[in-house]
Design a binder for this molecule. Structure first.
Ligand SMILES: [Cu+2]
Length: 288
């Protein structure tokens, strides 16, 4: 009985792996455009900020690994050398000036080594270079609305696709949306983020961009996508029953394709006169 259950679980996992792998279009690379099933670690970087984030993470891994090994070795050494059996008459030493200076100065040096790239990364994430394109993302329970402030006609909502529609359109399950944000490659994109109801969070992991969407607050982040293709993200702030069903999709295209999209989108969305902030996805329509 237990074996049967385990077998069914493994079979389901393998099946879901292949469903996802097959469903996704050729130009989308697992681990770059979306997280590979079973993937550990970060998605690959598609922006300078994410490259810096991964490099900083790797530096920290070296440092914490060295500290962990060093502390473990010292503890094992102390347990073997200074236990009651091996060392029945303990030393009465209470101070060692040299040792105390070393164990104060060395951690300070380690913290400085960490602080320099850490503050540099924080600064680079926070200070937005002169933007080529501005996109405004508005979180709603439970979908995202987008505006291009420089193109007043481009206002649209992006709703999640059903599993069948996502597979048909070549998107990973739960990550496909009916409309997508389109941006040019190698340009600075400023993303203004806010919300209409509760706190959401807008993110695309491959760009290293993640920021809270807070009602009444206009937050800003930025990214510069260096590789064309479709990138996926998900709302990253618990925002209600359908929190897991408001994905984010950004398509990075060439400058010429972007210009063509602007014209096409302005025409298509100009007739979109749905009032802002009143269209709510229902919990039922997702679970059905
Ligand atoms: Cu949300």
């Amino acid at each position: 009985m237990v074996f049967k259950k385990t077998f069914l679980m493994i079979a389901a996992f393998v099946a879901s792996y292949f469903t996802v792998a097959i469903a996704v279009a050729q130009d989308q690379v697992p681990g770059l455009h979306y997280a590979e099933p079973g993937q550990l670690g970060f998605m690959q970087a598609a922006s300078p900020i994410m490259e810096e984030t991964i490099a900083f993470h790797n530096l920290l891994m070296w440092i914490i690994t060295a500290i962990t090994i060093f502390v473990t070795l010292i503890m094992v050494y102390i347990m073997v050398k200074f236990n009651a059996k091996a060392n029945p008459v303990p030393s009465k030493t209470t101070h060692n000036t040299m040792l105390e200076i070393v164990w104060t100065v060395v951690p300070v040096i380690i913290l400085v080594v960490i602080a320099v790239p850490s503050f540099r990364l924080l600064y680079n994430q926070d200070v937005i270079p002169e933007a080529d394109v501005t996109v405004k993302a508005i979180g709603n329970q439970w979908y995202w609305s987008y505006e291009y402030p420089d193109h007043p006609d481009i206002i649209f909502d992006a709703n999640i696709l059903s599993d069948e529609d996502a597979v048909a359109a070549g998107h990973p399950r739960l990550l496909g949306t009916d409309e997508r944000v389109v941006v040019p490659v190698n340009k600075v994109i400023r993303v203004q983020v806010t919300a209409n109801d509760v706190i959401h969070a807008w993110t695309i992991p491959a760009f290293g961009a993640k920021i809270d969407a807070v009602p009444g607050v206009l937050n800003e982040t930025w990214f510069k996508a260096t590789k064309p293709g479709l990138y996926y993200g998900q709302c990253s702030e618990l925002c209600g029953i359908n929190h897991g069903f408001m994905p984010i999709m950004v398509e990075v295209v060439s400058e010429a394709e972007y210009e063509a999209w602007l014209i096409e989108a302005a025409e298509r969305f100009a007739s979109n006169d749905a009032p802002r902030g009143t269209q709510f996805a229902s919990a039922q329509s997702i679970t059905e």
